[in-house]
Design a protein around this ligand. Structure first.
Ligand code: GLA
Length: 351
C-alpha cells in the first residue's frame, strides 16, 4: 500500500537583524500564518514527480537532478543532497501546497525546503533532528541553487512558534524564545508586490556576502561580530566595504537592543530601532528599493506607527511595521492606496 507523509512549515518575518546571519550575528524572526505543506507518497521506479496546487508539475529521475534556475531547484537540491539515503528506496510523488508569496522576503523557499525535508525525514525515517534539517536546507541553497544565504530562514521555518520571536545566535545556533507582547501592539507585514530572486541570477545578495567576507579578510577577523564600531571607525577599510561592515556591526547591536526593548515593552524604542535598521539597509547596505522606501516613509508619517523597515534579503519584498494596538487596519487602509497610486504596484497585507 502507498503510505504518505505530510509536513508543514510556516513562512517567517524577520523583526530585525538583517544580513547578519552569514556574518555570525544575531537575528529575530517570528512565524507568519502563511505556510507550505508537502505530502510525499511512494511511486514505483526511481522517478520523482512533483505537483503544486498552483498547477505546476515536473518530473525527474532520482540521481539525475539538473539545475533549472527556478523554484524546482529547491526540490531537486533536496533529493540530490540526500541521494545516498534515498537512492536505494524507490520513487516518490511530492505534492506541494503553499500560501507564502514568492520573492516577498518571507522565506517561501526555506519553508519549502523545511517542509520537504521534514516530510522526507518522516517518510524515509532518516533520523534528522531540527538543526540537521535546517543545515540541509541551507546547503540546498548554498550548494545546489547557488544562493549564499545564511541559516536564519531555515532555523526560523523549522523552529518558529507563533507569538514568540526566535532570538538566534547564528554562529553557535543557541537561541532564546522571546514572547511578543501582542496585547500592546499590532504587527503589520505588507508585500510591496516587487518580487526579488535570491539566486545566482540576481547577484546582489551574493555580492553583499562577498563584500563582508572581503571586509573580514582585510580586518583580520573571522566574522563581523568580532569587531566593534570604534575599531571599525579607526580601520582603513575602503568603501563600500566600510559601510557594509558598519551596517552589520550596528545591526547586531540593534538586535540586542530590540530584545531588551521587547522584554520591557518599550515600543517607542523598538520602533526607533526598526527605522534605524531600515535606514542602515538603505544607505549602508544598499539593499532597499524605492518602492520599499516609500512604504516605510508612508508608515513613518502615520501617527499610529512606532516604526517600519524592509524585512528579508531586500531588492524587493516586504516591510514589517509596528503599530499602536488595534490600529494596523487603519494604517493599511491609508498607506496601501497611497502607495499603489504612486507606484502602480499592487501591495498586499499579509499580517
Ligand atoms: C535572506 C536569506 C537569509 C538572510 C536574509 C537577510 O532571507 O535567506 O539567510 O541573510 O536574507 O537578513
Amino acid at each position: 500500500m502507498n503510505h504518505s507523509s505530510t509536513a508543514r512549515a510556516h513562512g517567517r518575518v524577520n523583526l530585525i537583524g538583517e544580513h547578519t546571519d552569514y556574518n555570525g550575528g544575531w537575528v529575530l524572526p517570528t512565524p507568519i500564518p502563511q505556510f507550505t505543506e508537502v505530502t510525499i507518497t511512494d511511486v514505483p521506479g526511481r522517478s520523482v514527480s512533483v505537483q503544486s496546487t498552483q498547477g505546476r508539475t515536473f518530473a525527474y529521475e532520482l540521481g539525475n537532478e539538473t539545475k533549472t534556475g527556478s523554484w524546482v531547484d529547491y526540490v531537486k537540491g533536496a533529493t540530490h543532497l540526500l541521494r545516498e539515503v534515498l537512492g536505494s528506496k524507490g520513487g516518490i510523488h511530492i505534492q506541494i501546497h503553499s500560501t507564502i508569496p514568492e520573492g516577498a522576503g518571507l522565506s517561501s523557499s526555506a519553508a519549502l525546503e523545511t517542509a520537504l525535508l521534514k516530510a522526507l525525514n518522516q517518510h524515509r525515517q532518516l533520523g534528522l533532528d531540527v538543526i540537521a534539517v535546517a543545515r540541509l536546507g541551507q546547503r540546498i541553497e548554498n550548494e545546489f541553487v547557488g544562493a549564499h544565504v545564511g541559516i536564519m530562514d531555515q532555523m526560523a521555518t523549522g523552529l518558529g512558534i507563533f507569538g514568540e520571536a526566535l532570538f538566534l545566535d547564528t554562529l553557535t545556533l543557541d537561541y532564546q524564545r522571546i514572547p511578543l507582547p501582542l496585547e500592546t501592539f499590532d504587527l503589520l507585514v505588507i508585500n510591496s508586490g516587487v518580487a526579488h530572486r535570491l539566486s545566482e541570477y540576481d547577484g546582489g545578495y551574493n555580492q553583499r556576502r562577498e563584500e563582508c567576507e572581503e571586509a573580514c579578510r582585510r580586518l583580520g577577523i573571522l566574522h563581523l561580530r568580532d569587531i566593534d564600531l570604534n575599531t571599525l571607525k579607526t580601520s582603513k577599510l575602503p568603501e563600500p566595504l566600510r559601510k557594509r561592515a558598519r551596517h552589520v556591526v550596528t545591526e547586531n547591536q540593534r538586535v540586542k537592543e530590540a530584545v531588551v526593548a521587547l522584554r520591557a515593552q518599550d515600543l517607542k524604542k523598538l520602533g526607533q530601532l526598526f527605522l534605524e535598521s531600515h535606514l542602515s539597509m538603505k544607505s549602508d547596505y544598499q539593499v532597499s528599493i524605492p518602492e520599499i522606501d516609500l512604504l516605510v516613509d508612508l508608515c513613518m508619517t502615520h501617527e499610529s506607527v512606532f516604526g517600519a523597515r524592509l524585512t528579508g534579503g531586500g531588492f524587493g519584498g516586504s516591510i514589517v511595521a509596528l503599530t499602536h494596538k488595534g490600529k494596523s487596519a487603519h494604517v493599511t487602509g491609508e498607506i496601501i492606496p497611497a502607495y499603489e497610486a504612486e507606484t502602480g504596484q499592487k501591495a498586499t497585507r499579509l499580517i
